[in-house]
Write a protein that binds this ligand. Sequence first.
Ligand code: ATP
Ligand code: MG
Length: 240
Amino acid sequence: MKKSLEKSRQLALIGEIAANLAHEIRNPLASIGGSIQMLKGNMAQDKTNARLMQIILRGKDHLESFLKDFLLMARPALGVREEIDIRETIKDSIESLRYVADWHERLDVVMALTDDPLTIRANKTEIRQILWNLMLNAVQAMPDGGVLKVDARPLRVGEREGAEISIGDTGCGIEEQQFSKIFDPFYTTRDAGTGLGLAVVNRILEAYGGKIYMQSEPGKGSVFTIWLPVHAAAATAAGS
Ligand SMILES: Nc1ncnc2c1ncn2[C@@H]1O[C@H](COP(=O)(O)OP(=O)(O)OP(=O)(O)O)[C@@H](O)[C@H]1O
Ligand SMILES: [Mg+2]
Protein backbone atom coordinates (compact mmCIF):
# COMPACT_ATOMS: atom_id res chain seq x y z
CA MET A 1 0.00 0.00 0.00
CA LYS A 2 2.72 2.41 1.10
CA LYS A 3 4.83 1.39 -1.86
CA SER A 4 2.07 1.99 -4.39
CA LEU A 5 1.31 5.40 -2.86
CA GLU A 6 4.98 6.26 -3.14
CA LYS A 7 4.95 5.15 -6.77
CA SER A 8 1.91 7.23 -7.66
CA ARG A 9 3.51 10.27 -5.98
CA GLN A 10 6.63 9.71 -8.04
CA LEU A 11 4.56 9.44 -11.22
CA ALA A 12 2.67 12.64 -10.38
CA LEU A 13 5.98 14.41 -9.82
CA ILE A 14 7.37 13.18 -13.13
CA GLY A 15 4.16 14.37 -14.83
CA GLU A 16 4.52 17.78 -13.21
CA ILE A 17 8.17 18.12 -14.27
CA ALA A 18 7.35 17.03 -17.81
CA ALA A 19 4.49 19.55 -18.04
CA ASN A 20 6.79 22.35 -16.82
CA LEU A 21 9.42 21.30 -19.32
CA ALA A 22 6.86 21.47 -22.12
CA HIS A 23 5.80 24.96 -20.98
CA GLU A 24 9.44 26.09 -21.01
CA ILE A 25 9.92 24.84 -24.57
CA ARG A 26 6.76 26.49 -25.86
CA ASN A 27 7.80 30.16 -25.77
CA PRO A 28 11.23 29.85 -27.42
CA LEU A 29 9.61 27.60 -30.02
CA ALA A 30 7.04 30.31 -30.80
CA SER A 31 9.83 32.90 -31.31
CA ILE A 32 11.76 30.46 -33.49
CA GLY A 33 8.58 29.92 -35.55
CA GLY A 34 8.01 33.66 -36.01
CA SER A 35 11.65 34.27 -37.00
CA ILE A 36 11.63 31.43 -39.52
CA GLN A 37 8.55 32.90 -41.19
CA MET A 38 10.33 36.27 -41.55
CA LEU A 39 13.52 34.67 -42.88
CA LYS A 40 11.45 32.75 -45.40
CA GLY A 41 10.25 36.03 -46.93
CA ASN A 42 13.79 37.40 -47.37
CA MET A 43 15.45 34.21 -48.61
CA ALA A 44 16.68 33.50 -52.15
CA GLN A 45 14.03 31.15 -53.56
CA ASP A 46 16.28 28.40 -54.94
CA LYS A 47 15.48 24.69 -54.75
CA THR A 48 17.84 23.80 -51.88
CA ASN A 49 16.63 26.67 -49.70
CA ALA A 50 12.99 25.79 -50.35
CA ARG A 51 13.64 22.15 -49.43
CA LEU A 52 15.53 23.09 -46.23
CA MET A 53 12.80 25.54 -45.25
CA GLN A 54 10.17 22.83 -45.70
CA ILE A 55 12.12 20.49 -43.39
CA ILE A 56 12.44 23.21 -40.72
CA LEU A 57 8.74 24.13 -40.92
CA ARG A 58 7.61 20.51 -40.73
CA GLY A 59 9.82 19.96 -37.69
CA LYS A 60 8.43 23.09 -36.04
CA ASP A 61 4.80 22.05 -36.76
CA HIS A 62 5.50 18.61 -35.34
CA LEU A 63 7.03 19.97 -32.12
CA GLU A 64 4.21 22.49 -31.69
CA SER A 65 1.47 19.92 -32.11
CA PHE A 66 3.27 17.46 -29.80
CA LEU A 67 3.57 20.13 -27.09
CA LYS A 68 -0.10 21.12 -27.39
CA ASP A 69 -1.20 17.49 -27.08
CA PHE A 70 1.23 16.83 -24.27
CA LEU A 71 0.11 19.80 -22.18
CA LEU A 72 -3.57 18.95 -22.68
CA MET A 73 -2.79 15.35 -21.73
CA ALA A 74 -1.13 16.48 -18.49
CA ARG A 75 -3.82 19.02 -17.53
CA PRO A 76 -6.98 18.47 -19.54
CA ALA A 77 -10.10 20.61 -19.58
CA LEU A 78 -9.07 23.25 -17.09
CA GLY A 79 -9.21 26.20 -19.46
CA VAL A 80 -11.75 29.02 -19.08
CA ARG A 81 -15.13 28.06 -20.49
CA GLU A 82 -17.42 30.35 -22.47
CA GLU A 83 -20.34 30.04 -24.88
CA ILE A 84 -18.97 28.86 -28.21
CA ASP A 85 -20.72 28.06 -31.48
CA ILE A 86 -19.25 24.74 -32.55
CA ARG A 87 -20.02 25.50 -36.22
CA GLU A 88 -17.53 28.40 -36.07
CA THR A 89 -14.84 26.22 -34.44
CA ILE A 90 -15.35 23.59 -37.16
CA LYS A 91 -15.08 26.17 -39.96
CA ASP A 92 -11.92 27.71 -38.43
CA SER A 93 -10.28 24.29 -38.04
CA ILE A 94 -11.02 23.32 -41.65
CA GLU A 95 -9.61 26.63 -42.84
CA SER A 96 -6.32 26.02 -40.95
CA LEU A 97 -6.19 22.38 -42.08
CA ARG A 98 -5.56 23.56 -45.66
CA TYR A 99 -2.16 24.89 -44.51
CA VAL A 100 -0.76 21.72 -42.90
CA ALA A 101 2.04 19.80 -44.59
CA ASP A 102 -0.21 16.72 -45.15
CA TRP A 103 -2.87 18.68 -47.06
CA HIS A 104 -2.97 18.22 -50.86
CA GLU A 105 -5.30 19.11 -53.68
CA ARG A 106 -6.87 15.65 -54.16
CA LEU A 107 -8.80 16.20 -50.92
CA ASP A 108 -12.38 17.47 -50.83
CA VAL A 109 -14.27 18.77 -47.82
CA VAL A 110 -18.02 18.29 -47.39
CA MET A 111 -19.64 20.08 -44.46
CA ALA A 112 -23.18 19.57 -43.22
CA LEU A 113 -23.79 21.98 -40.35
CA THR A 114 -27.11 23.09 -38.90
CA ASP A 115 -28.46 26.53 -39.89
CA ASP A 116 -29.03 27.45 -36.25
CA PRO A 117 -26.14 28.20 -33.88
CA LEU A 118 -24.82 25.10 -32.12
CA THR A 119 -23.75 26.63 -28.83
CA ILE A 120 -22.07 24.81 -25.95
CA ARG A 121 -20.26 26.01 -22.85
CA ALA A 122 -16.64 24.98 -23.30
CA ASN A 123 -13.06 26.07 -23.70
CA LYS A 124 -12.39 26.98 -27.32
CA THR A 125 -8.80 25.69 -27.37
CA GLU A 126 -9.83 22.30 -26.00
CA ILE A 127 -12.72 21.85 -28.44
CA ARG A 128 -10.51 23.00 -31.28
CA GLN A 129 -7.89 20.43 -30.27
CA ILE A 130 -10.48 17.62 -30.37
CA LEU A 131 -11.66 18.64 -33.85
CA TRP A 132 -8.14 19.29 -35.06
CA ASN A 133 -6.73 15.92 -33.95
CA LEU A 134 -9.65 14.05 -35.56
CA MET A 135 -9.51 16.06 -38.79
CA LEU A 136 -5.74 15.72 -39.06
CA ASN A 137 -6.00 11.94 -38.63
CA ALA A 138 -8.64 11.90 -41.39
CA VAL A 139 -6.36 13.88 -43.74
CA GLN A 140 -3.39 11.66 -42.91
CA ALA A 141 -5.49 8.58 -43.70
CA MET A 142 -6.04 9.86 -47.28
CA PRO A 143 -2.59 10.33 -48.88
CA ASP A 144 -4.06 9.39 -52.29
CA GLY A 145 -7.03 11.71 -51.99
CA GLY A 146 -10.57 11.40 -50.74
CA VAL A 147 -13.37 13.20 -48.94
CA LEU A 148 -13.35 14.69 -45.46
CA LYS A 149 -16.94 14.89 -44.27
CA VAL A 150 -17.90 16.91 -41.20
CA ASP A 151 -21.45 16.93 -39.79
CA ALA A 152 -22.73 18.72 -36.70
CA ARG A 153 -26.19 18.77 -35.17
CA PRO A 154 -27.93 19.18 -31.82
CA LEU A 155 -28.61 15.87 -30.05
CA ARG A 156 -30.30 15.24 -26.73
CA VAL A 157 -29.09 12.18 -24.80
CA GLY A 158 -31.57 11.32 -22.06
CA GLU A 159 -32.14 14.56 -20.17
CA ARG A 160 -29.01 16.23 -21.47
CA GLU A 161 -28.89 18.65 -24.38
CA GLY A 162 -25.78 18.30 -26.46
CA ALA A 163 -24.12 18.45 -29.85
CA GLU A 164 -23.07 15.55 -32.05
CA ILE A 165 -20.21 16.03 -34.48
CA SER A 166 -18.94 13.42 -36.88
CA ILE A 167 -15.71 13.49 -38.83
CA GLY A 168 -15.51 10.98 -41.64
CA ASP A 169 -12.88 10.09 -44.21
CA THR A 170 -12.65 7.80 -47.21
CA GLY A 171 -9.10 6.77 -46.35
CA CYS A 172 -7.21 3.63 -45.35
CA GLY A 173 -9.54 2.61 -42.50
CA ILE A 174 -8.58 0.72 -39.34
CA GLU A 175 -8.18 -3.05 -38.87
CA GLU A 176 -10.45 -4.55 -36.20
CA GLN A 177 -7.51 -5.77 -34.10
CA GLN A 178 -6.34 -2.14 -33.76
CA PHE A 179 -9.71 -0.85 -32.49
CA SER A 180 -8.86 -1.30 -28.81
CA LYS A 181 -5.39 0.23 -29.14
CA ILE A 182 -5.86 3.46 -31.06
CA PHE A 183 -6.89 5.50 -27.99
CA ASP A 184 -3.83 4.37 -25.98
CA PRO A 185 -1.23 7.10 -25.40
CA PHE A 186 1.78 6.66 -27.72
CA TYR A 187 0.08 4.02 -29.93
CA THR A 188 0.82 4.98 -33.53
CA THR A 189 1.15 3.29 -36.91
CA ARG A 190 2.53 6.40 -38.60
CA ASP A 191 6.29 7.06 -39.00
CA ALA A 192 5.98 10.67 -37.89
CA GLY A 193 3.21 10.03 -35.33
CA THR A 194 3.52 10.37 -31.57
CA GLY A 195 0.28 8.53 -30.82
CA LEU A 196 -1.07 11.26 -28.56
CA GLY A 197 -3.84 12.63 -30.82
CA LEU A 198 -6.70 10.29 -29.90
CA ALA A 199 -5.55 9.88 -26.28
CA VAL A 200 -5.89 13.65 -25.88
CA VAL A 201 -9.31 13.65 -27.59
CA ASN A 202 -10.41 11.00 -25.11
CA ARG A 203 -9.03 12.86 -22.07
CA ILE A 204 -10.75 16.13 -22.98
CA LEU A 205 -14.05 14.38 -23.74
CA GLU A 206 -13.93 12.54 -20.41
CA ALA A 207 -13.45 15.82 -18.58
CA TYR A 208 -16.55 17.26 -20.32
CA GLY A 209 -18.64 14.14 -19.80
CA GLY A 210 -18.66 13.65 -23.57
CA LYS A 211 -18.49 10.47 -25.66
CA ILE A 212 -16.77 9.12 -28.74
CA TYR A 213 -17.70 6.33 -31.17
CA MET A 214 -15.77 4.97 -34.09
CA GLN A 215 -16.78 3.02 -37.17
CA SER A 216 -14.22 1.90 -39.68
CA GLU A 217 -13.71 -0.42 -42.60
CA PRO A 218 -10.21 -1.15 -43.93
CA GLY A 219 -9.77 0.28 -47.42
CA LYS A 220 -13.03 2.27 -47.22
CA GLY A 221 -12.59 4.79 -44.45
CA SER A 222 -13.53 5.74 -40.92
CA VAL A 223 -16.03 7.88 -39.08
CA PHE A 224 -15.34 9.26 -35.61
CA THR A 225 -18.46 10.64 -33.88
CA ILE A 226 -18.31 12.70 -30.72
CA TRP A 227 -21.02 13.98 -28.42
CA LEU A 228 -20.56 16.96 -26.11
CA PRO A 229 -23.06 18.21 -23.52
CA VAL A 230 -24.19 21.85 -23.78
CA HIS A 231 -23.43 22.26 -20.05
CA ALA A 232 -20.57 20.10 -18.84
CA ALA A 233 -19.92 19.55 -15.14
CA ALA A 234 -17.21 21.90 -13.82
CA ALA A 235 -13.72 20.52 -14.36
CA THR A 236 -11.45 19.78 -11.42
CA ALA A 237 -7.67 19.56 -11.22
CA ALA A 238 -8.02 15.79 -11.54
CA GLY A 239 -9.77 16.35 -14.86
CA SER A 240 -13.09 14.79 -13.85
N1 ATP B 1 -9.06 8.48 -39.49
C1 ATP B 1 -8.19 7.46 -39.33
N2 ATP B 1 -7.99 6.56 -40.33
C2 ATP B 1 -7.13 5.52 -40.18
N3 ATP B 1 -6.41 5.29 -39.06
C3 ATP B 1 -6.57 6.14 -38.04
C4 ATP B 1 -7.46 7.27 -38.11
N4 ATP B 1 -7.41 7.92 -36.93
C5 ATP B 1 -6.53 7.25 -36.17
N5 ATP B 1 -6.01 6.19 -36.81
C6 ATP B 1 -5.05 5.19 -36.29
O1 ATP B 1 -4.91 5.41 -34.89
C7 ATP B 1 -3.54 5.66 -34.56
C8 ATP B 1 -3.48 6.60 -33.38
O2 ATP B 1 -3.97 7.89 -33.75
P1 ATP B 1 -3.47 9.16 -32.94
O3 ATP B 1 -4.09 10.37 -33.53
O4 ATP B 1 -3.68 8.91 -31.49
O5 ATP B 1 -1.90 9.17 -33.17
P2 ATP B 1 -1.10 9.50 -34.51
O6 ATP B 1 -2.00 10.18 -35.49
O7 ATP B 1 -0.43 8.25 -34.95
O8 ATP B 1 0.01 10.52 -33.96
P3 ATP B 1 -0.25 12.04 -33.50
O9 ATP B 1 -1.72 12.30 -33.58
O10 ATP B 1 0.24 12.10 -32.10
O11 ATP B 1 0.54 12.85 -34.45
C9 ATP B 1 -2.92 6.17 -35.85
O12 ATP B 1 -1.52 5.97 -35.87
C10 ATP B 1 -3.66 5.34 -36.89
O13 ATP B 1 -3.12 4.04 -36.97
MG1 MG C 1 -3.17 11.81 -34.86
